[in-house]
Design a protein around this ligand. Structure first.
Ligand code: SF4
Length: 378
């Protein structure tokens, strides 16, 4: 039996969409058009109290909410703590903003030489291609601009960005982000990719997309055939919980790799009440490996306004790495990173393995807390 048949069941549609023709359900355009974004829509899928409805409506003033019927079908309707629900439906703590939180903790707007382009590191840039996403994740780092049509960048902005990149030969790596770049049409993506590939010093193109998770129908053979022409393309996706590893997601990832020739990695965001538990992270990463997706990062949740309820302690992330390293394959152990506020860049946090160091003699503890000595070279 194939891996996908053994481990990746098809998602179950919610009753409200049970009679939807497959041709509609499997169309990414239909999924986008039918996104759930009103209380009325939401109540057709799950029980919502009047109090919850009021909170959801109040939150829309701060950050819109919307989700695809596909992603909504992953929610356990009667579980208020469902990890999918917590990521997609606004809750009361979002409305609490602490004075140490920031709209733009990574200072992306500060290092913007031309509209829609952040140049913060020597050899790479971040290109914003759209304000739109299939699901507006409640933990989004860029909620200051995502979902807001006023922040969308025009093709003229993009052309200015291409000119800037062409004028900076030190830039060899472009991250295309947003919003979710796969919210663009194939035609607009072709426009972006062909301009970038025409710049001689561009080596690596990265696409940061959550569509594999929230709208796997978007990954079509036509899209992947187009991506293949512009490789190497590294796709960074964003699974946060094993419930998101469905058959649809498996098939979407396979298309990206087999037809698109993309390399796919995962950047999980560490989220309180969703995945701040080593067993959940291990299960997620083991499933990702079955999908041929490399668990790349566990990202500490950024200090974004209204996200304090999602943030765990730093020690929680270190403990998760400690519980993975040695207890499962190294392939399933990502880097745990903190993106430093103010644009300081990413640093990696690891458990303390050094017990003692005297001259050339180092004593370490292993995953089972047994001690071992290593004699260093000169
Ligand atoms: S898909 Fe990414 S950019 Fe879009 S809302 Fe989610 S985290 Fe933010």
């Amino acid at each position: 039996m194939r891996i996908q048949d053994r481990f990746f069941p098809q998602s179950q549609r919610v009753p409200a969409f049970a009679s939807t023709p497959d041709a509609h359900w499997n169309s990414w355009i239909w999924q986008q058009q039918k996104r759930i974004k009103t209380i009325h829509d939401l109540r057709s899928l799950m029980p919502i109290t009047d109090e919850e409805a009021a909170i959801i409506e109040a939150s829309a003033d701060h950050f819109h909410w919307a989700m695809t019927p596909y992603y909504a079908s992953l929610i356990e309707p009667n579980n208020p703590q469902c990890p999918i629900r917590l990521q997609a439906i606004p809750s009361q703590p979002e409305l609490t903003v602490h004075d140490y939180e920031m709209h733009d903790p990574l200072a992306e707007e500060t290092h913007m030489p031309t509209p829609g382009l952040t140049h913060r590191y020597p050899d790479r840039v971040l290109l914003y291609s759209t304000h739109n996403c299939p699901v507006y994740c409640r933990h989004c780092t860029r909620k200051r601009k995502v979902a807001n049509p006023a922040t969308a960048h025009t093709n003229e902005d993009l052309k200015k960005a291409f000119t800037y990149i062409a004028d900076h030969p030190e830039v060899r790596d472009v991250l295309i982000s947003g919003g979710d770049p796969l919210s663009n049409s194939d035609g607009r993506l072709h426009f972006i990719l062909s301009h970038l590939r025409a710049i001689p010093h561009i080596e690596i193109i990265r696409l940061c997309t959550r569509n594999i998770v929230t709208l796997p129908q978007r990954i079509t053979p036509e899209l992947c055939q187009m991506l293949q022409k512009f490789g190497p393309i590294y796709v960074n996706t964003h699974f946060n919980h094993p419930r998101e590893c469905t058959r649809e997601a498996f098939d979407a990832a396979a298309l990206l790799m087999d037809i698109g020739h993309c390399v796919v990695s995962n950047q999980m965001v560490l989220l309180k009440g969703i995945n701040d538990n080593a067993e959940i992270v291990k299960s997620l990463n083991q499933k990702l490996l079955l999908m041929r997706i490399r668990p790349y990062y566990i990202l500490q949740c950024d200090m974004v306004s209204g996200l304090s309820h999602f943030r765990t302690s730093l020690q929680t992330g270190i403990d998760i790495i400690d519980a993975l390293r040695g207890h499962t394959s190294g392939l399933a152990v990502p880097h745990y990173v903190v993106d430093l506020p103010g644009g300081g860049g990413k640093i990696s946090l690891v458990p303390q393995y050094t017990v003692e160091k005297t001259d050339k003699k180092w004593t370490f503890r292993n995953y089972a807390h047994r001690h071992f000595t290593y004699i260093d070279s000169l």
